[in-house]
Design a protein around this ligand. Structure first.
Ligand SMILES: NC(=O)C1=CN([C@@H]2O[C@H](COP(=O)(O)OP(=O)(O)OC[C@H]3O[C@@H](n4cnc5c(N)ncnc54)[C@H](O)[C@@H]3O)[C@@H](O)[C@H]2O)C=CC1
Ligand SMILES: O=C1[C@@H](O)[C@H](O)[C@@H](O)[C@H](O)[C@H]1O
Length: 334
């Protein structure tokens, strides 16, 4: 069976997913797109030869659409995810599922009414080979308990429409989810430290910032988030355990040595750095949809990350630590 996919919000991320589905992923076909930007509907629909809608409700209701991918802005996700659940269609939603916890609670309520998990959240780092190797060693117990994890999340630049809270709920959310997955623990309290700001970009951003997180058992996690570093997409992670330290290696494939020294290319964006992970996550989702099964991060994972984001956004405007508030896990997600 070929899964017929409707894509909502085919901008940068959405079109990269369409290209993957058309070139290297098996079992799926994008048959329709919708976007609030009419010019984008015209361009993307004609580029890929698919149906185009300006209203996502029409795309979700289209009988030729078996499942939906949502790649619009974070704040627009909630309404469309709930509409997919109510239509009984499986939905892959790019991160953040919702930028705040209330929106995520509304999605979980809709899923519980439907009585089954239909939502997969695009936390793609869980599919990255280097993070997976790191997790396998930590899980094996051979280096003892994890004590500290250091993260660095650096982007060359972000656009002006990137709002002040997105440093936490659009960028830092990657480490928030990855740390929950890597440690197998919830994050219970956070703090934000604010270094000197870069002059190279927008006044409305606290850039860089350091998000400090504590897990249930006391693992201490730091995350330097610097979204206008002017040079590269630079993702680093180092876990310090009782008898060993594991670090993602640099992400270049080769090093070149010559008369000017030793050098390597830098990755410049998420598609370059996490291309393999994106392919694995979307392939796994399409394969599961064809079997009418759920796979990947659930709405609970989207909710748990949003709760940490809410605390992080508060910590950005207040001094001191903020406790993460979460409901007990509903039975559907046990
Ligand atoms: N996993 C990752 O590393 C990445 C994930 N993302 C996520 O993907 C999503 C999209 O990001 P980008 O592609 O970078 O943004 P973008 O701005 O390139 O594309 C977003 C598209 O959604 C459309 N849109 C906005 N609101 C809409 C609505 N209510 N209904 C239909 N269309 C709507 C816009 O017109 C635009 O075409 C975001 O949730 C973002 O956080 C983005 C980049 C990397
Ligand atoms: O998800 C992503 C973007 O939405 C976000 O804005 C960037 O900061 C991240 O590096 C990228 O991976």
């Amino acid at each position: 069976m070929t899964v017929r996919i409707g894509m909502i919000g085919p901008g940068g991320m959405g079109q990269a997913h369409i290209d993957r589905i058309r070139s290297v992923i098996a079992g799926g076909e994008v048959v329709a797109i919708s976007d609030i930007a009419e010019d984008n509907v015209t361009t993307v629909a004609s580029t890929y030869g698919v149906k185009g809608y300006t209203d996502s409700a029409e795309l979700i209701a289209d009988p030729d659409v078996d499942a939906v991918m949502i790649c619009s802005f974070g704040p627009a996700h909630e309404a469309d995810v709930i509409a997919c659940i109510e239509a009984g269609k499986r939905v892959f939603c790019e991160k953040p599922m919702t930028p705040d916890a209330q929106g995520a609670l509304n999605i979980m309520d809709a899923e519980q009414r439907a009585g089954r998990k239909l939502v997969t959240v695009g936390f793609m780092r869980r599919f990255d080979e280097s993070y997976r190797q790191m997790k396998a060693i930590l899980d094996s117990g051979e280096v003892g308990e994890t004590l500290i994890v250091h993260n660095r999340h650096r982007n060359p630049t972000v656009p002006e429409r990137y709002t002040w809270d997105m440093v936490i709920n659009d960028t830092g959310i990657h480490e928030i989810d990855t740390m929950r997955w890597l440690t197998g623990e919830e994050i219970v309290r956070v703090r934000v430290d604010t270094p000197k700001k870069t002059t190279k970009r927008f006044e409305h951003l606290q850039d860089p910032l350091i998000l400090i997180m504590h897990t249930e058992s006391g693992i201490w996690i730091d995350d330097e988030i610097f979204v206008n570093n002017q040079h590269s997409y630079d993702i680093q992670c180092e876990a310090v355990a009782e008898t060993g330290t594991i670090r993602l290696s640099d992400q270049h494939l080769i090093e070149r040595t010559g008369t000017v020294g030793r050098s390597n290319a830098l990755t410049m964006d998420h598609n370059e750095r996490f291309g393999g992970a994106f392919v694995r996550e979307v392939q796994e989702w399409i394969t599961a949809v064809a079997r009418d099964e759920h796979t990947g991060s659930s709405a609970w994972d989207g909710y748990a990350a949003a709760c940490v984001c809410d605390a992080g956004v508060r910590a950005l405007t207040e001094d001191g630590e903020v406790a993460v508030e979460m409901i007990d896990k509903p039975a559907l997600y046990a």
